[in-house]
Design a protein around this ligand. Structure first.
Ligand SMILES: *Cc1c(COP(=O)(O)O)cnc(C)c1O
Length: 357
């Protein structure tokens, strides 16, 4: 395989050794004599895989005991509704921070479950920063945040302090940095940004706050139903869960979240320094809201676009095009992207300034 510097926003780069081991398991899984994807999810081998995946998630996220982990289907997009159905009481209300496209979708889905108060928004400046959240009315069952805004390249520098429990979509920065889980009632995220191949969504559920909505929740949306079945209420996405488990083992062997956070900070510092230094480029996100995972930037002179695109393509960089709602470029630098790939991009930008500045 040619060495591509993969900046895709998701699905995205995964550790090479995970792909190696996972693809081997699709052909023939360890000594089971069968493929991973042709074995029962009730087999001892897969039940152990699911158990290890859930345990490693809890360990690596350093979650308090009251949390339990689920791996389900429907992606974060179904998570928007599931979160509200499980934590927004019948007839109640919840506070939402509107920080990007995914927040807006979370708000839309939560309205199926109850009253939504949008307590802060950066929509008017095309979501170029994380607006502050003041004290929210205690009538709100929770405050929902999107910790990293994949499309706009913004991220909470610190998790907000809140007088009500936090519910968070962490799809695109889960396991990229340490945080205190104490204020959270629910953390969820599609695995395909930082954890594994598409197909599963992870829920970290505060079991002490669950089950207090007074609602009759349809089975698949009821997190209590899934907890009662150890995340095996129905057939789980076996390949996604297996490869996620391998990624978690990889992360643990690297020293866990604190270790990868250092690498992520080094990668983003290198690229932001170049964006700030290089006269041809500017960043989208305001400095204090910059994401370590998705770096959004643009050319100051759009007439250079075709030449710049040719330059990074020639350097075997892939997936750098920005989302259509922001334009320009987006460098997604998830856990598995090595610093050396960022060095290649920064060199292309320097060389481009030399030849086009
Ligand atoms: C990608 C993404 C989603 C959507 O995830 P799906 O699993 O495709 O539904 C939601 N929220 C954020 C922050 C994302 O980055």
């Amino acid at each position: 395989m040619a060495h591509i510097h993969n900046y895709s926003a998701g699905p995205c780069i995964l550790p090479a050794e995970v792909l190696e081991q996972a693809s081997q398991a699709v052909k023939s899984w360890d000594d089971h004599g069968l493929s991973l994807v042709e074995m029962s999810h009730r087999s001892k081998a897969f039940v152990e895989t699911m158990d290890e995946c859930r345990a490693l998630t809890k360990e690596l996220l350093d979650l308090p005991d009251r949390f339990e982990i689920l791996y389900l289907q429907g992606g974060a997009s179904l998570g928007f509704l599931t979160a509200a159905m499980n934590f927004l009481p019948e007839g109640g209300q919840a506070a939402y921070a509107d920080t990007g496209t995914w927040s807006a979708k979370a708000i839309k889905e939560a309205k199926h479950a109850g009253h939504v108060n949008v307590v802060t928004s950066s929509k008017d400046s095309n979501y170029d920063h994380i607006p502050t959240v003041g004290e929210v009315d205690a009538q709100n069952a929770f405050l929902h945040i999107t910790t990293n805004n994949t499309i706009f390249g913004t991220q909470y520098a610190d998790m907000p302090t809140s007088n009500v429990p936090l519910v968070a979509d962490m799809s695109s920065d889960i396991l990229s940095r340490t945080f205190d889980a104490e204020p959270f009632a629910l953390i969820y995220g599609g695995v395909q940004k930082n954890m594994g191949p598409a197909g599963a969504v992870m829920y970290a559920v505060d079991t002490e706050k669950l089950g207090a909505t007074g609602r009759d929740i349809p089975s698949y949306l009821d997190l209590n139903v899934h907890l009662g079945k150890d995340s095996m209420f129905n057939t789980p996405p076996v390949f996604s869960v297996y490869a996620t488990m391998l990624t978690l083992r990889w992360l643990k062997a690297k020293g866990g979240v604190a270790a990868i956070q250092k690498e992520n900070e080094a990668k983003s510092a290198l690229l932001y320094a170049e964006i700030d230094r290089n006269a041809l480029f500017s960043g989208h996100a305001q400095t204090d809201s910059r994401s370590h995972m998705n770096v959004t930037f643009r050319l100051n002179d759009d007439s250079h676009a075709a030449h710049f695109d040719a330059a990074w393509n020639a350097a075997d960089i892939s997936g750098l095009k920005g989302h259509r709602s922001v334009g320009g470029y987006r460098a997604s630098m998830y856990n598995a992207l090595p610093l050396s790939s960022v060095e290649v991009l920064v060199n292309v930008m320097r060389e481009f300034e030399r030849t086009h500045g």
